[in-house]
Design a protein around this ligand. Structure first.
Ligand SMILES: NC(=O)c1ccc[n+]([C@@H]2O[C@H](COP(=O)([O-])OP(=O)(O)OC[C@H]3O[C@@H](n4cnc5c(N)ncnc54)[C@H](OP(=O)(O)O)[C@@H]3O)[C@@H](O)[C@H]2O)c1
Length: 237
């Protein structure tokens, strides 16, 4: 896909990986609708990127808000090309320590929110004569797990299955689906999660470069899944 003048939706665009995706896509000439709850952070990104970054203050767990926004934004003459399901929540703790609120926040954001927006965007993508692409941000913890990650891994293993089924459903509609599974990233998520950080975490801009490459592959070239890890995750000393 040539990204110039394409229309992209990036969830979780107010920080970390989502902000890096927005920066990379705008640099390639795409228009990016950036969704997140924090309006101030989104407008700071618009100040930096200009009018081809469109801030949308929205909670992706609000199904009605997502449905209205998608249906009011897109039409038969204005169709999206790219959806990056990136917004995510992570809480870590033993099964008898994780709160109900934390469990629900992860399932609602990492799974339900992805379904709400994908289900509404896909019908518009199917009408697009250009090829389209959905990128789902999973995690290494959606391929393997560890103690203390019951909720987060349940949601990210779920995204893995969602992506695989969606790929098989949409490939004949000229819509690609790719699940990207990063290891530890240098972002607020990592800092807020309570996991021990290290010096060699993946950089959001490097992952954005990778995702741009995946998006720019020829139309008949599908990368269904990528796992990426820091080479040397030494503990902080
Ligand atoms: N950091 C890591 O080590 C790591 C590793 C593997 C995978 N991941 C995945 O990478 C993705 C991005 O995370 P990150 O590392 O960039 O963390 P981050 O800096 O904390 O970014 C998370 C983004 O999601 C948004 N968000 C959270 N809940 C939302 C909701 N209900 N509605 C709308 N937006 C919401 C946040 O914005 P607002 O607060 O403004 O809503 C923020 O923009 C997540 O899916 C995460 O699971 C992260």
């Amino acid at each position: 896909m040539n990204l110039s003048e394409k229309i992209a939706i990036v969830t979780g665009a107010s920080s970390g990986l989502g902000a890096a995706f927005a920066i990379a896509l705008v640099a390639k000439g795409a228009t990016v609708y950036g969704l997140a709850r924090n309006a101030e952070k989104l407008s700071a990104i618009q100040n930096r990127l200009g009018d081809t970054f469109v801030p949308i203050a929205m909670d992706i767990t609000n199904q009605n808000a997502i449905t209205s926004w998608v249906n009011n934004t897109f039409s038969n003459s204005y169709l999206p090309h790219i959806l990056i399901n990136n917004a995510g929540a992570g809480y870590f703790g033993k099964v008898d320590e994780l709160s109900l609120e934390q469990w629900h926040a992860m399932i609602n954001t990492n799974l339900n929110g992805v379904f709400y927006i994908s289900a509404k965007v896909v019908p518009f993508m199917k009408k697009n004569s250009d090829s389209c692409h959905i990128i789902n941000i999973g995690s290494v913890l959606g391929k393997t797990s560890r103690a203390g990650a019951v909720g987060y891994s349940a949601s990210k293993y779920g995204i893995q299955g969602f992506s695989e089924a969606l790929l098989k459903e949409l490939r004949t509609d000229n819509i690609k689906v790719t699940c990207v599974n990063p290891g530890s990233i240098d972002s607020h998520f990592f800092k807020d999660s309570g996991i021990e950080p290290h010096h060699n975490m993946l950089q959001p801009a490097d992952i954005a470069t990778l995702v741009v490459h995946v998006l720019e592959t020829p139309d008949n070239f599908l990368i269904d899944e990528i796992t990426l890890r820091p080479l040397n995750p030494r503990p902080m000393t």
